[in-house]
Design a protein around this ligand. Structure first.
Ligand code: CAA
Length: 258
């Protein structure tokens, strides 16, 4: 598959997607989001891939939805066509882990895209924000919904209402990102984390992801039950037998993803 707005490569069992519209700081237009969805879905279906990383450039993960592309839309354009965020949820249907490696700006839709990934590893240069208020709009792809769950109501209100940016240290304190590393380490750190994940049994990795996501949708009792059922079901896999036998036998496990 050839893409115009992203660069795609495979590193061992990790699929890497680089957002690639440098002239506009990786502003997210319809084509880029379609291509990103296609690339991640392709990796998801590939038995040789166990995890994915999405990254941007040194200057910007993504500076938001493409403002020039949407500036002249009418209400009916965006409502009827579900424009701007129509194809964004494809990323949420990806079942293997997706890590966002964020350097520089992750603003508006860029911050929302990072939050759609399973976790964020960021550079000390990262800047997060939901500046839509400055454009006379509000976030349209989860900024008002995922951000309060990721940080807190107070911090999400602050960012969505003032439009200010949050640096990497503040993002880590708030719980938005899992790790902050020097900028030149960011992509390698994410690739190494993805490589670690991809070496585990893929069914257990997928079920861990599904179970953690349950914590954000529905009551605790339902999430606990879901987790327990997933946990029980893994005892039907060969990899559970192998993983535990290897531990008891003091050797490295050889997972077959079965
Ligand atoms: N859309 C389209 N083009 C963008 C863009 C965006 N979101 N962000 C930056 N660009 C373009 C600029 O227009 C500029 O293009 P030209 O060279 O042709 O002038 C180029 O990228 C470089 O940008 P700047 O010159 O502005 O770079 P800077 O370093 O001075 O500032 C910035 C960087 C603070 C990120 C600034 O570009 C900025 O504020 N960008 C917009 C951020 C924003 O408002 N994002 C939210 C978009 S709305 C949204 O995302 C809705 C949603 O929820 C889905």
């Amino acid at each position: 598959m050839t893409y115009e707005c992203i660069l795609v490569e495979t590193i061992g069992k990790v699929g890497l997607v680089r957002l690639n519209r440098p002239q506009v700081l990786n502003a997210l237009n319809d084509q880029l989001m379609t291509e990103l969805g296609q690339a991640l879905s392709g990796f998801d279906a590939d038995d040789n891939i166990g995890a994915m990383v999405v990254t941007g450039s040194d200057k910007a993960f993504a500076a938001g939805a493409d403002i020039a592309a949407m500036a002249n839309y009418s209400y009916m354009d965006v409502y009827k066509g579900e424009y701007i965020t129509r194809n964004w949820e494809t990323i949420k249907s990806v079942r293997k882990p997706v890590i966002a490696a964020v350097r520089g700006f992750a603003l508006g839709g860029g911050c929302e895209l990072a939050m759609m990934c399973d976790f964020i590893i960021c550079a000390d240069t990262a800047k997060f924000g939901q500046p839509e208020i400055k454009l006379g709009i509000i976030p349209g792809a989860g900024g008002t919904q995922r951000l309060p769950r990721a940080v807190s109501k107070a911090k999400a209100m602050d960012l969505c209402l003032t439009g200010r940016m949050m640096d990497a240290a503040e993002a880590e304190r708030a719980g938005l990102v899992s790790r902050v590393v020097p900028a030149d380490r960011c992509l390698d750190e994410a690739l190494e984390a993805a490589t670690v994940i991809a070496a585990y049994s893929i069914p257990s990795v997928m079920m861990a992801k599904e179970s953690v996501n349950r914590a954000f949708e529905g009551p605790l009792s339902e999430g606990m039950l879901f987790e327990r059922r997933m946990f029980h079901s893994l005892f039907a896999t060969e990899d559970q037998k192998e993983g535990m036998a290897a531990f008891v036998g003091k050797r490295k496990p050889e997972f077959k993803n079965k």
